[in-house]
Write a protein that binds this ligand. Sequence first.
Ligand SMILES: [Zn+2]
Ligand SMILES: [Zn+2]
Length: 142
Amino acid sequence: MVAPFEGGCRCGAVRYEVSAEPIAVMDCHCRDCQYASGGSHTTAVVVPAAAFKLTKGTPRRFSVKGDSGTDVTRAFCETCGTPLFSEPPGGAIWVVKAGTLDDPSWLKVGGAIYVKSAQPWAHIDPNKLMFDHMPPGAPGVQ
Ligand SMILES: [Zn+2]
Ligand SMILES: [Zn+2]
């Protein structure tokens, strides 16, 4: 058990708490996550929406059409720019950026999603799960 766990942005203006274990942890290689990370992917910590609580500050939000074709709202700190989480449509889950946890070291990455959009130079572990887009039945991870 690791829950509850906390995290926030680099400057400390925005803080959050998660009161449940992650549903999944996946590296997302969609084009949108490449922008959000400035790199090859983001590591998405999928948590139940009801378990996620902002405890300090108000992040800035930006909505964009994701690779899935639906709108995804991304939240980031307007002071330091840290990408914090995204709110996929449906409202069932929130996706927290792994690097914003106070201690991300315990996370176990299950595999990669949106591999179809991955850059040729991205590192993808062939021994883990791999999905071209979303895993079947997933509620919309971005
Ligand atoms: Zn900040
Ligand atoms: Zn993505």
